[in-house]
Structures are given as structure tokens and as C-alpha cells.
Design a protein around this ligand. Structure first.
Ligand code: GLC
Length: 813
């Protein structure tokens, strides 16, 4: 006998009804209340707030009252919003504020954004929604449009013709151009057309999408739940968009210097003796390394906040030896807490109500590495604080950094994540997981960062995360998840990390050598050559794959890797300087050429070469058995780092690069700050600072300059002014150069004696330097003050004691 189920409504397949999409309709009035301009439409309203000269917010809402609270992505704002001038005509309202003019058409509520010269920057034609709460907006896409940002996405730099979803997803395989969602969700779209660029940040941590493919002359932005809450950031320079966006969502916290070193990881270094052997091998082989990672096998049956008592019987002893070698440990911590009534962390989480629950009250359980697990509800401050405090377990052992993985959160089920109807507490404003999904990983890393900081006695913590949302840069570095040892994935890492840098994630990088599949000697060399110039530099590989520690392929490969890792350490002062710039301005250390040469059509989608800061150009080899490649040198002169040859820019050249060479160029007139060779970043044994000037010219008009930021690289003392800024300038005159060096600020005293100024790749040879004597090689070696010609480079070196009062020297030809 059949039951009523036989006539189940879904048996016949989905019933197709035309969904009723609503639009704002006619604009009826424009109200102004305390700096908020509200456009009252027929069916919905738009609130506008002018935050800065180039930044405004626009939020759609129904009903009378608008809620202008924000997600945690947006930093709390100081000060009142700006006032706009309002002009009403028969056709429209015009709101002028700062550098922008917004025109809202009365008939359609369409919005056009102009600059003060009446050039159209952007146009939002419609915003519509369906009865289920999805919102969809349509923007103009001129023929010369290019798109960037969007955080961690596969494919090329320019996202024109692509479509993406923001939904943090654990994608073990495949990382391919067609993958729409990966681990991180940064709903920032940067649109460039002509000489103009702007960013649109949709602050919605639910599922959102960006479609630059399907609608001909328009692109669309949508969200499936929650608010249509837009921040518009005008350039026209891309750098201004990055500055503006990171002004809203925050910039990286200045990392400890050791976090900029080379990191070594493997899933997993299985026991204490393997870890110690690894550390000793780095030191014996004199390969610089700052960090070793502990993957999941360090734990007792994958219980977070434990060490396996058999494999790691004496973590404190291990830490003590590692400390003497200058190596730090960063262990993995996943959010899944093993369901086990005998496990204190689980018990306490249950007893205090800290785990994520369904509305009906049941804890949500999902399978991850430890088996059935519960997941902290990081949206609740109390649970987050509890989690953060538990890291005392690690900090008490001297562990200064944590690796957050699986925090999308990943769950081994069909949806790959937590049930969408989990109800997060959200500090008394409960919301479903569907609405907050993309925030989960960021809130975990925030709790971790803050917990570490509370327990580290003024030292800077380091957190690495796989998942995140806009603003994650304030708490964690990001690695790009489970790539493979494919040449294609090496190439893919460039545009991916470049766009992450344009999206606020200045401290990012891939698993060098590739995580899954098997690396080869050649791939490891090429990937390391490239990877040492990425902001985050970690070699990581999966269980069961070929070993890829630097010595895994014999002495010849090892010595190439040693040299490139060594280069990262030699350039550490410069790199740290760039990180300081990123912390201050949001501009990433690793940059697409586009960021510096926005108007050069050759670089619109150039993403197989990149800049470190503005002056170092790297062009990795990313194909097997390849010794040549085309390199584009932008306008100006560039110096081949290896040969010293001076090359005219504004053209493509063919670079020759046998295995030991990654093509590398320095902008003529650039200055790079170098430190002494080191095996770990905060080794203070000899801190001679060398300012290397490339291609100086003894002629009027030549000017090179550099500002070097310094602090202790470890503590938060810099926040209260314990830092220095050294200003260096070199000016050309007729057959002479004037070199000056001074402390613009001197709150921190570096542990060094000598400062060297090395002029390389220059035709200039001084006959005399006022106030400095010429040194013979022995005097030079013994650190006397004076000048000499370096026998290796043939370049001129001025060597002086570091003087806080600064110095000026005239170099006469
Ligand atoms: C995930 C991570 C990977 C890690 C592994 C085991 O796949 O992405 O980096 O090694 O889990 O913890």
C-alpha cells in the first residue's frame, strides 16, 4: 500500500516558476540624516555614506530604518562622515563629495559615478532581488575593461571573461582555471578601464558572486543571503584603490622578522628526532632557515593542544635545542575538536557552550582528521577568547606561531563544510552559518592571534591561515592551500598571489615545490628561485610524495637552493622595509608590473614576471628543460642582476637562464638595503648594513634615494616609537656625486658598527672623496672608515661607522 509519499511534491521534478525579481524602481525622494543620504525608491532604499574623498558606502535596505553596522572586515571608523553637496534637477539628484560626483536617475534609480572632471568612472544600472533574498546588481563593462583583485583565484591576472564565487572551500584538487571558489573569500573587485580604476567591495560573508563573463556589456555582482553592502573605492591609480581598500579593512600587522625567513614544512615530520635531525641538517649544511612546521602527526590522535606522548615525548627539550639553533616551531591547529569525553578541551567546550550548534540546541558534529569533531563558535567573543587562551599551551613552550588549517571550515561530507543551518551566536545577534560562512576562518585566526599576543610578553606572534575573509591580513599570513608539484601550479602561483596582494593580502605565498604529487629536482629549483621573492616563503609537501627539503636532490641542486635562500636573507632589510610599507600603506611587497606601470598596455595581464617593491623585477623560468624566456622590461633602464649589463627598457628581451639562474633585474637608480649573510633572521652577530646603489650617474639630474625603516624586528615596542628611519640620497652633478645619509627618526639603535654604500654598475670612479681616505684591502677588511674599490664587483664602496648625526660626502671624479 502506498502512503501519501507517493504524491510527494518533488517527485515530478522541480516546479518551474518565473521568479519575481524586484527592483528599486523609481527614486521618490532623497533624505539626509546625520551624514547619511537615503534614496527612497518605490520598493527599496539605498543609503549612501561618504567616508573619504574617494570612498563611499552604499547599502540597500527595505523599510524605513537602515542598519549601518558593519561586519568585522571593516575597521571601526573615527570621525563623522563627509557632507555632500546635493543638487536636484528634473532628471536626477547629484551628490558631490571629495573627488566624486554621484548621479542618481529618478526614473530608474540607476547610479553613475563621475570624477570632478565629469568623466564617468562607473555605472550601476540596476539592483534587483528575489523573494528568497538573493541580490543581483548590474554594472557597465566598457570594451577596454580589465579586472583584478578577488583574492585567491586561479587563472591569469586579468579576470575579464571569468566568473567567481566567494565561498570558502577546501579544494584538494583541482586548482584549475575553472575553479570558482577556493579557501579564501575576498569580495573585492577592481575594475580598470582606460586610465581609470576603482574597487567595489561587497561586504557580505555569505555566498557572493562576480560575473565578468556572462552578460556582454555588463558585469554583475550578487549575493545569495544577507546585505547588499558596497564600498566604492576610487583610484584612478590602482595604488590608490589598494590604499583605500586596505584603509577600510586594515593592513598587515608588522610581522616578526623571523616570519620573513625561509620556512620548512612537511606533512608530517613524524617525530621529535626527525625534527631535530632536520634542524641540525639545515645548520650543518649552512642553509638559512627560521621555521619548521609540525603537521597533524605531532598531536595525540589529532587532538589540538596536545603532543603525541610517543612520537614527541619531550617537546620542551626539543624546543630548547631548536632555540639554540635559531629555529622556531609553528604547529598546525585545526578547528575540529575531537569528540571524546575524556579530552579536557572537548569537555570544557561542551560544558561552557562554546561549540557551534543547531538552532534546536544540538552541537554540530562533523568528521575531520580526529574523526567526529565539534567546532568552536568563533562568532562569540567568549568562545574566541577561550580558544585564544588555550594557546598558552604552546606559548609556554616557546612556540611563537600557529598554522590554522581546515578553517573554511572543511568537513568530510558532501557539502565539504558545516551545515548551513548551524546557528552562530554572533554575540547575541544569531545568524546562520550560511550567512557567516566566509568569516569562520578569519575569526579563528583572529582568536588565535589575539590569544598568542596575550601570552607572548610583548613579542609579535605569527599566524598562518588557509581560509579567510576581507581583513584577514590584520591577523594572519595566507598560504594558497593544496597545490600540486605541477609546473602549471608554479606558474599559477604568480597571478594568484599578485591578485591577493591587490586584495589586501600582502603576506601570502604558495607551498614551494608543490604540496601533492611529486616534485623533481628541476621543479624544486625553479620554484624556490621564484618563491624566495614571494612575501611568504615555505616549502611544504604531502605525505607519500618525493622529499623536497633543499638537499633532497644532491649537492648541485642543494647549492643552487642555498644561494637563492641566501639571497632572501641578504635582502632581508629591504624585504622588511617593504613589509613595513605594506603595514603602513597596504601596498604589497610582491607587485604586478601593472601596479607601477598602469598605463603600459604590455603589462595589463602580465603575470609570469613580477616586481618586488618597485625596483626588483623577477622573471622565473616555469617550464621544464627551458633555458630561455622572453622578459618585458618596462620603460627606463634595467640592470641584469647577474651580469651587471645595463639594458634599455620599454621592450621585450630574451633572457638566458641555465638552471642556476633566475632572470632578475634591478631598476637603474635603485637602492637596495642588504644585511650580512645569516642562517636565521634575528641572528644579531654582525649587522653591517649595505646600501647598494645600482647604476649611479655622475651627471646633473641623477637622483637616487631610499628610506630604510628599522626596529627590533621582534617586539611591539615599535608601536610606541622604538624605531628608526634612515634616509639616504645620492645626487649627481657634473663628474661628481653627493652622498648623504641621516636618521630622520632615531628611536631604535641597531646592533651594528658599519654602514657601507656600494655603487655598482656605474662608470663613475672617484679621484677623491672629501673627508674619507682611500683604504687598502686590509684596512677595508678590518672595518676602517674610508673608501675602496671592491675587488669582486669592481664597484666603489664607502665604509663608515654608523653615525646618528648622519654624514654627507662629495665624490669627485
Ligand atoms: C590540508 C592542508 C595541508 C596539510 C594537510 C594535513 O590538506 O592544506 O597543508 O598538510 O591538510 O594537515
Amino acid at each position: 500500500m502506498d502512503t501519501s509519499e507517493a504524491i510527494h511534491p518533488d517527485r515530478v521534478g522541480p516546479i518551474v516558476v518565473q521568479e519575481a525579481w524586484g527592483t528599486i524602481g523609481r527614486a521618490r525622494a532623497l533624505d539626509h540624516m546625520n551624514g547619511v543620504y537615503v534614496l527612497r525608491g518605490e520598493r527599496a532604499s539605498l543609503a549612501f555614506v561618504f567616508l573619504e574623498e574617494k570612498v563611499f558606502r552604499m547599502k540597500m535596505f527595505m523599510g524605513r530604518e537602515v542598519d549601518l553596522s558593519t561586519t568585522i572586515a571593516v575597521l571601526p571608523r573615527k570621525g563623522e562622515p563627509l557632507q555632500a553637496e546635493v543638487e536636484e534637477t528634473e532628471r536626477s539628484w547629484k551628490l558631490s563629495c571629495g573627488e566624486l560626483v554621484l548621479e542618481i536617475e529618478k526614473k530608474t534609480s540607476a547610479l553613475s559615478v563621475f570624477d570632478r572632471e565629469e568623466r564617468m568612472i562607473a555605472r550601476q544600472n540596476t539592483v534587483s532581488w528575489n523573494p528568497r533574498g538573493a541580490v543581483h546588481s548590474v554594472y557597465d563593462m566598457p570594451g577596454d575593461s580589465h579586472f583584478y583583485g578577488l583574492g585567491e583565484k586561479a587563472s591569469f591576472l586579468d579576470k575579464k571573461g571569468e566568473r567567481y564565487t566567494m565561498w570558502n572551500t577546501d579544494v584538494y584538487a583541482p586548482h584549475m582555471p575553472e575553479i570558482e571558489a577556493l579557501y579564501e573569500s575576498i569580495p573585492l573587485l577592481v575594475h580598470m578601464h582606460g586610465k581609470c580604476s576603482y574597487g567595489i567591495f561587497l561586504d557580505n560573508p555569505g555566498r557572493t558572486d562576480f560575473d565578468m563573463r556572462s552578460h556582454g556589456i555588463s558585469y554583475t555582482i550578487g549575493c545569495s543571503t544577507g546585505d547588499y553592502d558596497i564600498y566604492f573605492v576610487y583610484g584612478p591609480a590602482l595604488k590608490e584603490v589598494v590604499r583605500g581598500y586596505t584603509g577600510l579593512t586594515g593592513r598587515i600587522a608588522l610581522p616578526p622578522k623571523w616570519a620573513l625567513g625561509y620556512h620548512q614544512s612537511r606533512y608530517s615530520y613524524m617525530d621529535q628526532s626527525e625534527v631535530l635531525h632536520l634542524a641540525r641538517t639545515f645548520r650543518e649544511k649552512e642553509i638559512p632557515c627560521d621555521v619548521i612546521y609540525l603537521d597533524i602527526h605531532y598531536m595525540d590522535e589529532y587532538r589540538v593542544f596536545t603532543f603525541d606522548p610517543v612520537r614527541f615525548p619531550d617537546p620542551e627539550g626539543m624546543m630548547a635545542e631548536l632555540k639554540s639553533l635559531g629555529i622556531r616551531i609553528v604547529p598546525i591547529v585545526d578547528p575540529g575538536v575531537k569528540k571524546d569525553p575524556k579530552y579536557a578541551v572537548y569537555r570544557e567546550g561542551v560544558e561552557k557552550g562554546y561549540f557551534s550548534r543547531k538552532l534546536e540546541g544540538d552541537i554540530f558534529f562533523g568528521d575531520v582528521w580526529p574523526g567526529t569533531s565539534a567546532f568552536p563558535d568563533f562568532t562569540d567573543d567568549k568562545a574566541a577568547e577561550w580558544w585564544g587562551n588555550m594557546h598558552k599551551y604552546y606559548t609556554d613552550m616557546g612556540i611563537p606561531g600557529i598554522w590554522n588549517d581546515m578553517n573554511e571550515p572543511a568537513v568530510f561530507n558532501n557539502s565539504k563544510t558545516m551545515d548551513l543551518d548551524v546557528m552562530h551566536g554572533n554575540n547575541g545577534n544569531p545568524k546562520t552559518h550560511e550567512e557567516l560562512h566566509n568569516l569562520y576562518g578569519m575569526l579563528m585566526s583572529k582568536a588565535t592571534y589575539e590569544g598568542l599576543k596575550r601570552n607572548m610578553d610583548g613579542q609579535r606572534p605569527f599566524v598562518l591561515t588557509r581560509a579567510g575573509y576581507s581583513g584577514i591580513q590584520r591577523y594572519a599570513a595566507v598560504w594558497t592551500g593544496d597545490n600540486r608539484s605541477f609546473w602549471e601550479h608554479m606558474a599559477l602561483a604568480m597571478p594568484m598571489v599578485l591578485n591577493m596582494g591587490l586584495s589586501g593580502l600582502a603576506f601570502s605565498g604558495p607551498d614551494i615545490g608543490g604540496f601533492a604529487h611529486h616534485t623533481s629536482a628541476e621543479l624544486l629549483v625553479r620554484w624556490t628561485q621564484m618563491g624566495v621573492l614571494f612575501p611568504y616563503c615555505r616549502n611544504h609537501s604531502s605525505i607519500g610524495t618525493m622529499r623536497q627539503e633543499p638537499w633532497s636532490f644532491g649537492p648541485e641542486i642543494e647549492s643552487i637552493l642555498r644561494e637563492y635562500i641566501g639571497l632572501r636573507y641578504r635582502w632581508m632589510p629591504h624585504l622588511y622595509n617593504l613589509f613595513h610599507e605594506a603595514a603602513e600603506t597596504g601596498l604589497p611587497p610582491m607587485r604586478p608590473l601593472l601596479l607601477e606601470y598602469q598605463d603600459d598596455p604590455n603589462v595589463t595581464n602580465l603575470c609570469d614576471q613580477f616586481l618586488v617593491g618597485s625596483d626588483v623585477l623577477a622573471a622565473p623560468i616555469y617550464r621544464p628543460n627551458t633555458e630561455h624566456r622572453a622578459v618585458y622590461l618596462p620603460e627606463g633602464q634595467w640592470i641584469d642582476y647577474w651580469s651587471g649589463e645595463i639594458l634599455e627598457g620599454g621592450r621585450h628581451i630574451l633572457a638566458h637562464a641555465p638552471l642556476s639562474v633566475m632572470p632578475l633585474y634591478i631598476r637603474a637608480g635603485a637602492v637596495i638595503a642588504e644585511g650580512s649573510p645569516k642562517l636565521y633572521a634575528d641572528d644579531r652577530s654582525d649587522e653591517t648594513l649595505t646600501l647598494r646603489v645600482y647604476g649611479a650617474k655622475a651627471e646633473a639630474g641623477f637622483h637616487a634615494s631610499y628610506s630604510l625603516y628599522e626596529d627590533d624586528g621582534a617586539s611591539f615596542d615599535y608601536v610606541s616609537g622604538v624605531s628608526s628611519m634612515i634616509r639616504f640620497e645620492l645626487r649627481g652633478g657634473e663628474n661628481e656625486l653627493e652622498l648623504s645619509y641621516r636618521y630622520e627618526r632615531h628611536g631604535y639603535t641597531a646592533n651594528r658598527n658599519l654602514v657601507r654604500f656600494a655603487l655598482v654598475c656605474t662608470a663613475f670612479k672617484p679621484a677623491e672623496i672629501e673627508g674619507l681616505k682611500e683604504l687598502n684591502p686590509e684596512e677595508a677588511e678590518h672595518g676602517q672608515e674610508g673608501w675602496y674599490i671592491d675587488r669582486q664587483t669592481g664597484g666603489l664602496v664607502l665604509q663608515i661607522q654608523d653615525r646618528t648625526q648622519g654624514a654627507t660626502f662629495k665624490l669627485k671624479g
